[in-house]
Design a protein around this ligand. Sequence first.
Ligand SMILES: NC(=O)c1ccc[n+]([C@@H]2O[C@H](COP(=O)([O-])OP(=O)(O)OC[C@H]3O[C@@H](n4cnc5c(N)ncnc54)[C@H](OP(=O)(O)O)[C@@H]3O)[C@@H](O)[C@H]2O)c1
Length: 214
Amino acid sequence: MHVMITGANRGVGLALSETYKARGAQVTGTSRDGSTGLALDVADPASHRALAARLEGQAVDLLVCNAGVYLDKGQSLAEGYAPGMWAESFAVNVTGVFLGVQALLPNLRMSEGARIAIISSQMGSDTRAPGGSYIYRASKAAALNLGRNLATDLREMGIAVGIYHPGWVRTDMGGSSAEITVDEAAAGLSARFDALSLASTGEFLTWDGRVHPF
Ligand SMILES: NC(=O)c1ccc[n+]([C@@H]2O[C@H](COP(=O)([O-])OP(=O)(O)OC[C@H]3O[C@@H](n4cnc5c(N)ncnc54)[C@H](OP(=O)(O)O)[C@@H]3O)[C@@H](O)[C@H]2O)c1
């Protein structure tokens, strides 16, 4: 099994990488700085093209779109949320997911029963709107929407797409008072990815298997 994970140098991505390696899977972890062996800045189209060229002819069984940023934590409505912050966040959290899927489509099509897992967030759910973090919430809502529509289009190619909330995880992004460890998140998420199929494509689930309202 060949698993490809973006943002695999720290946080949830690193834990997922270690989980799959421990299971004996071939893991291609990417990172902006190339420290995981393969460089990918998900916001850079040229970087996606270079990665696709390096992986040409290799089947990818599971693509985990994990890389993400939360740049607008604590911004003020009156003065914060600068346009550049919107652009950068969407370039990573939304366009970055799309470009990754597009670049690796030939590799995914080579696999029997290929799967794509998009790491969104409960903060992307429209049913949960406590206010604030407008950029992050909107970008994760867009990632959820993208995943739902990709699920429809990729079904005929035999590729299943799931969208996930990884939990509130103790990482640089989640902070030290978050609820679960990266290992708990990775164990839960990998179990969800294992169960993802064309029968469940388009699902939006939490790390521990609960159906999340859209
Ligand atoms: N932690 C939580 O509680 C939580 C909750 C809900 C959803 N999530 C989502 O779960 C995913 C992982 O979060 P995390 O907590 O592990 O975050 P994290 O610790 O901040 O790690 C983020 C990862 O994304 C990478 N990344 C950021 N921008 C990138 C870019 N332009 N190109 C490539 N990689 C990039 C980072 O690489 P660098 O080291 O180069 O910056 C890092 O590997 C994210 O999508 C996040 O939105 C997290």
